[in-house]
Design a protein around this ligand. Structure first.
Ligand code: UT7
Length: 339
């Protein structure tokens, strides 16, 4: 005999970001340090990438530690307990382990008793993807407090004898809290995301998964490190971030002139400026903090939001455009009103 079931459907509400937390480990790796490790120089790195230094973890510190620190910072600013969280989403390509999910480790570290969550793997677009998933949990009416974290310890998968990759990345984490918008608040407006697997081997870590499990040979042939075709990735990154951002603005009846602040993924200052130029976005509207952190993969956008808040550049009522590009390829663009 069938029982009567009632779907748990909730009224749709809008989602908004209510606070931003950040954490970068204190140890610095400067361009001068890198000059002693590989054949490179400060001038080349600054001119080609805009990076001056990166923050790196000490041995024994993992992605969950950075993620938990950023989450604690976020909770403290909002003045709420971790036990009030409904869900924790962690975007990362450098989880502490293949499993369990880093979200579980963060849940335990911050004491978010009763929360659920999971990891999301979309490389440098991971934070934007997790932000949208988190927003949908709020918009469904099912949840009222979702912590979205972008965190990576890129130093754990870098070959510090390969000058084409080791100069680019750093370690760091950012976290935002998503909650329902109230009254006339707008919050999250719209997004366009796209994945393109034709770029799968242009930026990747070949081994350690089911295709090439770890063996003495995969270690000897450096298959557990980041491999990148820098030039190819550069061109697609600029074209696709501009294309999706343009389409997103257009379908919302906006132009670059209507955007108050552009917060892009921080992979290379030249990529950011070329993308902005295509969009017709003037430099004073762009948040760039790559000089301080390098490319922290899923951490860049929340870290850049944090920088913008600290500098007083991100204010209530602003129309904000976010854009990311990463390994996969993964591409994303998000439009929101800062509440
Ligand atoms: O986060 C997601 C995605 N990742 C990215 O968006 C990264 C995309 N790519 C890039 O940012 C750039 O392609 C790089 C920064 C990786 C490289 O810059 P580039 O302007 O594309 O340089 P290149 O690879 O064309 O190399 C130019 C020259 C080469 O020497 P030759 O062949 O001209 O003699 C390289 O060997 O610069 C050399 N080079 C370096 N020189 C000093 C490459 N790396 C270095 C280095 N220091 N670290």
């Amino acid at each position: 005999m069938s029982v009567t079931l009632t779907p748990r459907i909730h009224a749709r509400v809008a989602a908004k970001i209510t606070c931003v937390g950040a954490y970068a480990p204190p140890r610095l790796l400067t361009n001068a340090d890198l000059e002693k490790m590989v054949t490179t120089n400060d001038q080349w790195i600054v001119e080609r990438t805009g990076i001056r230094q990166r923050h790196l973890v000490d041995a024994g510190v993992a992605t969950s530690d950075l993620a938990a620190a950023a989450a604690r910072d976020c909770l403290a600013q909002r003045g709420i307990q971790a036990s009030e969280l409904d869900a924790i989403l962690v975007a990362t390509v450098t989880p502490d382990m293949m499993f369990p999910a880093t979200a579980c480790l963060v849940q335990e570290k911050i004491g978010a008793v009763g929360a659920w969550g999971f990891d999301l793997s979309a490389a440098c677009s991971g934070f934007l993807y997790a932000l949208q998933v988190g927003a949908k949990l709020i918009e469904s009416g099912v949840h009222s407090k979702v912590m979205v974290i972008g965190a990576d310890v890129m130093s754990s998968i870098l070959d510090y004898t390969d000058r084409s990759t080791c100069i680019l990345f750093g370690d760091g984490a950012g976290a935002v809290l998503l909650e329902p918008a109230v009254a006339d608040e707008v919050g999250m407006v719209d997004f366009i995301h796209e994945i393109d697997g034709t770029g799968a081997t242009s930026l990747y870590m070949p081994a350690g998964g089911s295709l090439h499990p770890a063996t003495a040979e995969t270690v000897a042939t450096k298959m557990h490190f980041v491999h990148q075709e820098g030039g190819a990735v550069f061109k697609v990154a600029v074209r696709k971030m501009a294309e999706l951002s343009e389409a997103l603005l257009q379908r919302n009846g906006l132009t670059a002139a209507d955007v108050d602040l552009f917060i892009p993924h921080q992979a290379n200052k030249r990529i950011i400026l070329a993308t902005a130029e295509r969009l017709g976005m003037p430099e004073e509207k762009i948040v760039i903090n790559i000089g301080e952190y390098g490319n922290t993969t899923a951490g860049t956008i929340p870290l850049a939001m944090h920088t913008a808040l600290q500098e007083g550049r991100l204010k209530k009522g602003m129309t904000v455009l976010l854009a990311a590009f990463g390994g996969g390829y993964t591409i994303g663009s998000t439009l929101l009103r800062w509440e």
